[in-house]
Design a protein around this ligand. Structure first.
Ligand SMILES: [Zn+2]
Length: 120
């Protein structure tokens, strides 16, 4: 095991890195958390963000997209099929873009507040 630098939680969240060392990769694939950090050996499997990241994505994107949908509707008054085609094309990539750092951020917060040690 090597000496791990102290990581700042929001930097590790944005970079999707291990919450302890900030060097090892957090994800194995798109959203699957690695069982152990390859750099510092932290048991990443003990941290479970649950539905938290999805809830945050729904809240954030919901507020943004509903506002944009109202703006498009009142500004351009398009037919309904434009909304049906447009908003999934906007929501899907943004949701995928936001899920990883939000999940990494929640895991980093769990690590920094020692939630996994308390059995939470
Ligand atoms: Zn690590």
């Amino acid at each position: 095991m090597t000496t791990a630098p102290v990581a700042v939680w929001w930097r590790t969240a944005i970079a999707c890195r291990c919450p302890r060392c900030g060097v090892g990769k957090l994800f194995n694939g798109v959203l699957k958390v690695r069982p152990i950090c390859a750099y510092c050996g932290l048991d990443l499997g003990a941290h479970d963000s649950g539905d938290g990241p999805a809830s945050l994505v729904i809240l954030l994107l919901g507020a943004i997209v509903v506002g944009l949908a109202f703006w498009v509707e009142f500004r351009f008054n398009p037919p309904l099929w434009v909304h049906i085609l447009l908003w999934p094309l906007v929501i899907t990539p943004l949701a995928l873009l936001l899920m990883r750092p939000l999940k990494a951020g929640l895991i980093a917060q769990q690590y920094h507040h020692r939630a996994s040690e308390m059995g939470l």
